[in-house]
Design a protein around this ligand. Structure first.
Ligand code: ITT
Length: 194
């Protein structure tokens, strides 16, 4: 099985991606390669940030790797918080505060459509590749459920009645934006092996 570093400091993303790619890619964490730095992500797009994180690890640590930049885009908020999802309520990266701020900005809005988007940047054998995953859904009026992370308690994917935080990791990791992008990565890697 191929081994790749996943350039993330978000342990929830790490656990999800290990489940999504299980049996296909062995994932090393930043702790496994003794990278304890705060990786800059100052680009204005998911694509730019994902590439910045992957290049940082490749250039400083030498490993082929991939990074995920992701976030929530809400139609009636002009697609905010977008690339600022992790720090919507400030630099503390506090999920509870971010979600509270989102619900408060959404008060009184009748259009509650939103989407989660993930862009994965892969650096492999000298090449750079991108994979995207999107899932559409609705923002709830209040938080529901204790699973997942980030904005999961306020997002109900289309075709479901439960939030990502209510449905459990097994379902979320089968249908989420990260699962879709991860599956594209996985297909690419298996074609490279062929
Ligand atoms: P790394 O940059 O170290 O990977 P991060 O948490 O800072 O970790 P991002 O910059 O990509 O990651 O920000 C993503 C934010 O978007 C994340 O902190 C959540 O607030 C939100 N988010 C992304 N995917 C999510 C998901 O599956 N469920 C809930 N919230 C999610």
């Amino acid at each position: 099985m191929r081994t790749l570093v996943f350039a993330t400091n978000n342990l929830h993303k790490l656990a999800e991606m290990r489940q999504i790619l299980s049996g296909e890619v062995q994932i090393l964490s930043l702790a496994d390669i003794e990278c304890r730095e705060d990786i800059p992500e100052t680009a204005g797009t998911f694509e730019g940030n994902a590439l910045m994180k992957a290049r940082f690890v490749k250039e400083r640590y030498g490993y082929d790797c991939f990074a995920d930049d992701s976030g929530l885009e809400v139609e009636s908020l002009d697609f905010a918080p977008g690339v600022y999802s992790a720090r919507y309520a400030g630099e503390a990266h506090n999920s509870g505060a971010n979600t509270d701020k989102l619900l408060s900005e959404m008060q009184g809005k009748s259009n509650r459509r939103a989407r989660f988007r993930t862009v994965i940047a892969l650096i492999l054998d000298g090449g750079e590749y991108m994979f995207e995953g999107v899932i559409n859904g609705l923002i709830t009026e209040e938080k529901r459920g204790g699973g997942g992370f980030g904005y999961d308690p306020v997002f109900v994917p289309d075709g479901y009645t439960q939030t990502f935080a209510e449905m459990g990791d097994g379902i979320k990791n089968n249908i989420s934006h990260r699962a879709l992008a991860g599956r594209r990565l996985s297909i690419f890697l298996s074609n490279c092996n062929a």
